[in-house]
Design a protein around this ligand. Sequence first.
Ligand code: NAG
Length: 353
Amino acid sequence: MSTTIIAIRDAALTAGGEYSPAKQKAANKGIYNGRSPLLHRRIKQLLGGLKFKLLFCLSLICLVFWFSSKIGPFMGWNLDLPSSVSNPSRGGYTVLINTWKRNSLLKQPVAHYASCGGTDAIHVVWSESEPPSDQFKAYLNNIVSEKSQAAHKPNIRFDLNEEDNLNNRFKPIADLRTDAIFSVDGDVIVPCHTLDFAFTVWRSAPLTMVGFVPRMHWLDEEKNGMARYKYGGWWSVWLMGTYSMVLSKAAFFHKNYIELYTNKMPSSIRDYVTRERNCEDMAMSLLVANATGTPPIWVKGKIYEIGSSGIRSLNGHSDEQNKCLNDFVALYGTMPLVSANVKAVEARNEWFW
Ligand SMILES: *[C@@H]1O[C@H](CO)[C@@H](O)[C@H](O)[C@H]1NC(C)=O
């Protein structure tokens, strides 16, 4: 009798496959189901893990919020980015719009930048023999007060220059209230949240240029002690993931640099810009690099160009750019630019680590 029972038990065990103590243990716990395939089990495991991770993340977020709301007021923390940007005690930025014979286009960028919370003032660099009419100024003033959502309305000023000279865009501005200048071409629109993010990047490195349009240089050849450099545009930066300049067509920098540009930079460089009607942005990049010995910071963000592209956004000017670069380096006596491979991205928008 007892031998038959043992035989039946053995048969049952062998029917389910080879006998294994682990399997037996699992079967006792009810985890292992002989008919469920391995894949099914793996998916279940993964889902279990995912659920746990989600739960963990949610609790962590709750904890952080609870914690910051408790100690935030005491520590001066502020997790809310936009309000910290528009907080007047910390200063916003002055938008410096460079326009050139495209006044009909001015309305859109003025309306847009007036609507950004961090904008303290808008300065339009006006380089024409005819000053803007009072009617046009009143019209833009209206747009600014209409669009602004900040308690403190940005004011709009025209910095008048009679001659058309690219150095005008870096002329010192009277009654500036912010340290930060956002320099932008009249046909470039940067969305407000992107601008505010770049501003926080700039605040963590206020001596550096922080911008959206990177450019690079590299050593082309060296002949009897003379180095020749090449200027690389968008494609080069994309290919190599390296840059050493950000263009002032959309960039933050400290107000001291416009002072330096106009009053301290060798006048031969400004004369060069006047004569060649080009490369003021490169001159600014070299100035900042020479002053700091550090690279600029490229910020990820979409920017939009409005209207038909001006002559300067067209490609095919690389010979001129190469010439500027090498002539400037000769004037400096050394290559001040420093290369970088860093790109600032908004962590809140990045889902994959
Ligand atoms: C570059 O920086 C050095 C050190 O700050 C300074 O002495 C020099 O005048 C600068 N060069 C130019 C051309 O501005």
